[in-house]
Design a protein around this ligand. Structure first.
Ligand code: MSP
Length: 709
């Protein structure tokens, strides 16, 4: 038996963030769970490297498209290693790149098959036509009227409703895939396979989209407009549409259309795959991809699961464009891989959207991991060390001791093994259904039960009375055996911590191939020598960590967007004090689409680019020969106060400013005036014709460095 799971292959135009990491962690947890069951598993992730978007990113960064892709891939390689997701850490089996030569061969073969195919309605599946319409480079998709916002000025381009960026007008010869002929075949597919598209709500959306009628799909661009792509076989002045190219990676990776790759891996062996995707790209996977596969005469995927999106605390989708993405290097610096994995899988009800905040991540780590699993493990093992000479005690209770044990709140073996087996079965069932959050709740019921038993029985008191020896042993055995079960169950979610606990329990089997379905009560042998007891999940100091995170985020946010896009993992960590060399973007992208005459509105993303901070004036002095300027230093929560020049000398006495709380534009590009560097700007109202400044301040207590938003 084999199992094949995929993540989307990510665009190589910008660096990944928490959202991308999430799908990888989900797929990784699934792959580990299958491997534990002894199923030969293949796990694919990778990058989508062709198309106009990559071409443009390359241009912007002064690179060739291949260099751009290589750059992003090198970040991915570091990132996946840092998060324990690469092959060396038992994660993915292939990092697929659409610039691989074997992929070119494979996707060309797929094209040829589609080009020869007839649709279910007897027409040619592929035909040459002329495309006239709007294209969003960021979506890599053509847009119909209901998918874009019309421009205020009819001569302008409309904007994409998803990305809020201008669309490109495309008017050129193109190959079309006759998608309109596949509606019935697709509806039949969804009806015959209930679990083909999950969850059910998404399946219904897809069904109604298809039932509403499909338009033919333009699947090529002239290489004069998009040159960075796979040439169309037999017509190389066309390049393939990037989604045709990208979707086919799932089969070319395992050998479709390339003999060598096929021998090494095996298309027949691993196909069909379970595709894990974000709901943002469900249509491509659940409509286009199955239609291409029908045309090529290939088997459909095992299933397509669309998960929800990570939103920021204000409910906006996390993305680089919006500037609200959680940076992976900040995450990596402050949290263990396992606590991130646990949080992501526990917090998001799979399929729904989830809100991310560092505060929640810290809270869950402290409550469920440090005080929960970690504490259960360390108290159990420490007591075994202390009261049982570091050897696992016997768990059985003799008839004479039974009553005493019962009084102490220690369950008999039948009851506890029954409880564990039931929780295990539920855990496995929920996990198989990809209901990770519910599966983890089941596992934490085991933690809670073991904890309660210890608190009720109070081994530290039992240890004082030699007559209670059997009860003491029984409690500690039950707790240790529960821990063993927890390790086996939780390995796919917490691969590092479970291995640690396992070692501390004195166990040596490889958790990555221990099947939870085969767990049996009593597997932990009495007198096993336990390992060195070490704390597992240190508590996180919320205030201190949040302060550090905020500093790093503002450092990352104040870099130029291009620089932020190309920041190598670890750069934030190494860069020390935040730089203030940001660019002021205010108003730059103002759109007038829905403006009141005379008002240039900006949208929230424009505003989000301005980093406003609370500052406290530390020093203020006049500058010789500059009667308007004051030189002030302001503490905005950074290592060193900022130096700012403010044109308020005629209205404010320097001494009176010291100690005042003000508002500082923290990511304004620094500049020199009168030989002094000004690293920001303070905000003030400008009154009357003469523009008398009145400094903005706060009526309540506010900490230095707090962000205004
Ligand atoms: N290249 C295409 C996919 C081609 S697959 C044949 C693409 N790339 S992407 O870089 O935009 O990645 C999109 C995927 O990243 C989403 O489907 C999801 O898996 C993940 N996520 C990106 N942002 C996300 C969130 N905010 N939340 C959760 N997942 C997110 O589309």
């Amino acid at each position: 038996m084999t199992f094949y799971v995929t993540t989307p292959i990510y665009y190589a135009n910008s660096l990944p963030h928490l959202g991308h990491l999430y799908t990888m962690i989900v797929a990784d947890a699934i792959a580990r769970s299958k491997r534990q069951q002894g199923i030969e598993t293949f796990f694919l992730t990778g990058t989508d490297e062709h198309g106009i978007n990559i071409e443009r990113a390359a241009q912007k960064n002064n690179r060739t498209p291949q260099e751009q892709a290589d750059y992003v891939v090198s970040y991915f390689t570091k990132m996946t290693a840092a998060f324990g997701l690469d092959t060396a850490h038992g994660g993915y089996d292939i990092f697929m790149r659409t610039t691989n030569p074997f992929h070119y061969e494979g996707v060309s073969e797929l094209w040829r098959r589609v080009a020869q195919a007839k649709t279910p309605k007897g027409n040619d599946a592929l035909y040459k036509g002329h495309y006239e319409g709007w294209f969003c480079a960021a979506c890599a998709g053509y847009k119909t009227e209901d998918e874009y916002a019309p421009p205020a000025n009819p001569d302008d381009q409309p904007t994409c409703l998803i990305h809020d960026t201008k669309l490109d007008r495309v008017s050129e010869e193109s190959y079309f895939f006759r998608l309109s002929d596949y509606d019935e075949a697709l509806l039949q597919l969804y009806d015959s396979r209930e679990d083909f598209v999950r969850p059910a709500a998404r399946r219904n959306e897809v069904k109604s989209f298809v039932a509403g009628g499909l338009q033919d799909l333009s699947v090529s661009r002239l290489n004069t407009s998009v040159s960075w792509g796979v040439p169309v076989p037999a017509d190389p002045k066309h390049t393939m549409y990037v989604w045709f190219d990208a979707l086919s990676n799932y089969i070319t990776a395992i050998g479709f259309g390339n003999e060598q790759q096929n021998r090494a891996l095996g298309f027949e062996k691993f196909w069909p795959a379970l595709h894990m995707v974000g709901k943002d790209i469900l249509r491509f996977h659940a409509v286009y991809w199955p239609a291409f596969l029908i045309a090529a005469g290939l088997e459909q995927p095992r299933g397509i699961y669309a998960h929800g999106m990570w939103l920021d605390r204000n409910g906006r989708k996390m993305s680089k464009t919006l500037g609200n993405a959680v940076e992976l290097d900040v995450l990596n610096k402050h949290f263990s891989i396992d606590s991130i994995r646990y949080f992501l899988l526990r917090e998001m009800v799979f399929g729904d959207d989830g809100r991310f905040s560092y505060e929640n991540l810290i809270a869950r780590t402290n409550s469920d991991l440090a005080s929960g699993l970690g504490n259960l493990s360390s108290r159990t093992l420490t007591m075994i060390q202390r009261y049982c000479d570091g050897r696992v005690p016997a768990g059985s209770i003799s008839d004479e001791a039974r009553l005493a044990a019962k009084r102490a709140g220690v369950e008999d073996e039948i009851a506890i093994s029954h409880f564990l087996s039931h929780a295990r079965d539920e855990f496995i069932r929920e996990f198989e259904e990809l209901a990770f959050s519910r599966a983890l709740e089941e596992a934490w019921a085991i933690v809670a039960r073991a904890d309660k038993m210890i608190s009720d029985a109070k081994p530290w008191d039992l240890a004082k009375d030699p007559k209670q020896r059997e009860t003491l042993n029984a409690v500690l055995y039950r707790a240790a055996e529960s821990l063993r079960w927890l390790c086996v169950l939780l390995y796919p979610v917490l691969p590092t911590a479970t291995r640690e606990i396992y070692q501390q329990l004195g166990l040596a089997d490889d958790l990555s191939s221990t099947n939870p379905a085969e767990l049996k009560w009593g597997g932990l042998q009495a007198s096993t020598k336990i390992g060195e007891v070490k704390p597992l999940f240190p508590r996180i100091d919320k205030a201190k960590t949040m302060e550090e995170i905020k500093k790093q985020e503002s450092a990352a946010g104040s870099q130029e967007p291009e620089a932020a896009e190309t920041r190598p993992l670890g750069r934030v960590l190494e860069s020390g004090a935040p730089s203030n060399v940001g660019v002021q973007h205010s108003g730059q992208h103002a759109t007038e689409a829905d403006a009141v005459p005379g008002v240039a509105y900006i949208d929230i993303t424009d505003f989000a680019r301005i980093d406003l901070r609370v500052g406290e004036v530390k020093t203020a002095e006049r500058i010789p020969k500059a009667d308007k300027l004051l030189l002030i230093t302001v503490d905005i929560g950074e290592e060193k106060p900022r130096q700012i020049l403010a044109g308020i000398a005629q209205y404010y006495e320097p001494e009176k400013l010291v100690g005042r709380k003000i508002v500082v534009v923290a990511n304004l590009k620094s500049r020199k005036m009168r030989g002094y560097e000004s690293q920001g700007m303070l905000l003030a109202a400008s009154i009357g014709d003469e523009g008398k400044p009145v400094i903005a301040t706060f009526a309540e207590e506010v900490p230095n460095g707090a962000r205004l938003k």
